[in-house]
Design a binder for this molecule. Sequence first.
Ligand code: ZN
Length: 308
Amino acid sequence: MAAMASDRNPPAAADAIDVAIGFALPARDARGRLVRLGPVLGEILSAHDYPAPIARVLAEALVLTALLGVTLKDAGGQLTVQAQTESGVIDLLVCDFRGGELRGYIRFDAERLAERPSQPSLFALFGKGYLAITFDQAVSGERYQGIVPLEGGSLAEAAEHFFVQSEQIPSLVRLALAAGGRVAGGILLQHLPEGEEGRERLHARLDHPEWDHVRILAETIRDGELTDPALPLDALLWRLFHDEEEVRILSGTQLSRGCRCDYDHVRSVLARFGAEERAEMADESGRIKVDCEFCSRVFPVELSDLEK
Ligand SMILES: [Zn+2]
């Protein structure tokens, strides 16, 4: 018989969008998270005017960022997902998560993108590159960064490689985007035997039968389920694991779009340049316009304001 137990403010059943939930299958030593983005994704993408293949990559990266970010122990901690390449169509992707707030952007070459097929593979977009995932814990000041080559046919596969290579944690990652690109969702499932979370493990057991069992169940998840805005995440969890002894919902997190850019920071960065360089950056009216790469907000800074 299966039982659904919960603690720490799980979202109401109606919460099926812009939300993340954590869960555990204690009898199988497995933990995971589910994320679904809707209006928040629309808000982030609306700050940019990305072609469809770039918007798709950013949507998937934002879901991945939320899947990882909700594991941060303290609310002020930050999780950053960054992909960098030397000669790809996309040369930089940055997404971060702090306190339920997501943001992200992609830097790419529009001309070279136009030469690619309409559904380019991950490799066609990035070429040879690296995926870096950074956990910054605010309270302890601890920082952890893992870097792996950007490999696989999709960002989800690259993330799975990250966990196996960098963390030695057997993991399943699925990222999905609905047709039309308005809803995105994802699942992260990991094999974490009791007491091993956070501890360095030199010899990972990638062939554990308990892990095989839950991985096979999770693999039955369909893109349409991950991106159905009417299907609450706990109901989706139940569909996947209803035959399990216990499915525990650990926590729910509301997700929002957030950016931390501000005028004073922009001003302090510009103030580090010499007067001559600043004059070159300014327009005829004596103003330097700096736009935030994450949210496209424009900060006009008067040269006179920098000379104070
Ligand atoms: Zn911003």
